[in-house]
Design a protein around this ligand. Structure first.
Ligand SMILES: C[S@@+](CC[C@H](N)C(=O)[O-])C[C@H]1O[C@@H](n2cnc3c(N)ncnc32)[C@H](O)[C@@H]1O
Length: 382
């Protein structure tokens, strides 16, 4: 068993920890934007394939002390790189560095790459080509003060992109954030998922992928783990085959995505097609108040309205937020309503009692997922 560090965006850790545990791994430690678990190198295939909320899966190699770049070079040279790396592969080094002797934070990447390729030339007379694109093997270096941790990055291209959004519309949510928002709701995948103001469809597509059990990694052909000596193609093929075999072909619930803008629905449908979930989502061009709300199996209604920072202006949006409150009260009884917004002033316009406020960041903007219990009849009766 080896240490595996899985990184994520700020405030996503609880949802990442939930996913990691559901995959059968133990969460050893939680940090502001990462969790630590344990597993074998082959376990990183499963984590990369299934995780919806992660950024990178890092397989730990070594911790050591380095006071300057020369120390770093010497310590990195001691590792058996000829056993880890394929000389035919392509090598990238990435790092987070905060050391008093380092002014240019890209310099440690060069020293690390030099230490690796010099050692490989010395030991086997061959070395991988290197460069900045995340297309082959990737070494990740964390250097804080004098403490260094070195990892094999097994993801390469970040996992937060789920590879279906080929047609973005205005202000799309990052796919991993959309997945985290859904995990933060109480939706159990057996009830309806209604997503007015769907934009490019991220929330509805993530919900459909979760409902049918389609891991985001099946939409991807290249991961960094494929470029290490230890990669076992047979094990990877078996994990992928099992994942594909477990994808449901039929859903007993409705996933409904609507938007007032026909171009948004066009983009959402095209993205859903890339994700292979177009048959599980009902799309409609309409004002959010005309979204069809099924009366059986009541589930959740989740909206991500504009909030006046990137799109639209605050004043113009006040009426929209008031109308969301009216829509919840009049048309969505028995459902649980959720609004994801970065604007508290606008959120107050909804005018309903907020049952829960769950904090998030959307890039650098502080956001909240607001929960509204939309009782049928009076609360007391419910
Ligand atoms: C912030 S974007 C949603 C982004 C989306 N979550 C995504 O990931 O692509 C808000 C969306 O609300 C839609 N919208 C604005 N006013 C609306 C209304 N009255 N009825 C329905 N949709 C509306 C806009 O067309 C826009 O696509």
């Amino acid at each position: 068993m080896n240490k595996i560090l899985i990184t994520c965006a700020n405030r996503i850790t609880p949802y990442l920890a939930q996913e990691v545990e559901e995959l059968g791994f133990k969460v050893i430690a939680e940090y502001p934007s990462a969790i630590e678990t344990q597993g074998s190198f082959h376990d990183t295939y499963t984590l990369n394939l299934y995780l919806r909320t992660a950024n990178r899966v890092l397989y730990w190699l070594k911790d050591f002390v380095a006071f300057n770049a020369e120390d770093l070079y010497a310590k990195i040279s001691e590792l058996p790189w000829e056993r880890y790396l394929n000389p035919e592969s392509y090598l990238t080094v990435d790092s987070i560095v905060d050391n008093p002797t380092i002014a240019n934070t890209l310099y440690p990447n060069v020293k690390c790459k030099d230490a690796i390729v010099d050692r490989m030339m010395h030991k086997i007379g061959r070395r991988p080509n290197s460069g900045p694109e995340p297309k082959g093997a990737m070494i990740f270096l964390y250097w804080k003060n004098n403490d260094v941790s070195l990892y094999l990055d097994t993801s390469g291209e970040v996992l937060s992109k789920h590879n279906y959004r080929k047609f973005p519309f205005q202000a799309p949510l990052q796919e991993s954030l959309a997945a985290s928002i859904i995990l933060a709701t109480e939706w159990d995948k057996n009830t309806h998922f209604i997503n007015p103001m769907t934009g490019s469809g991220t929330l509805a597509i993530e919900a459909a992928m979760m409902a049918i059990g389609k891991p985001p990694g099946v939409l991807r052909t290249n991961f960094a783990f494929m470029h290490y000596q230890e990669f076992d193609k047979k094990i990877w093929s078996a994990i992928r085959r099992k994942a594909n075999a477990n994808i449901k072909k039929k859903l007993d619930i409705q996933i409904i995505a609507t938007d007032i803008n026909p171009e948004a629905i066009q983009a959402a449908q095209a993205n859903a097609t890339v994700a292979g979930v177009q048959d599980y989502i009902q799309f409609k061009v309409c004002d959010f108040r005309e979204t069809p709300i099924p009366s059986d199996k009541k589930g959740i209604i989740l909206l991500n309205p504009e909030y006046g920072v990137r799109l639209g202006q605050e004043d113009a949006l006040k009426d929209t937020y008031q109308a969301i409150g009216d829509f919840f009260k009049q048309c969505c009884q028995g459902y649980t309503g959720y609004v994801f917004t970065g604007n508290d002033t606008l959120a107050k316009q909804i005018g309903l009692h907020v049952n829960k406020k769950i904090p998030f960041y959307n890039a650098k903007i502080e956001c909240k997922l607001l929960k509204y219990d939309l009782y049928e009849g009076t609360k007391k009766k419910f």
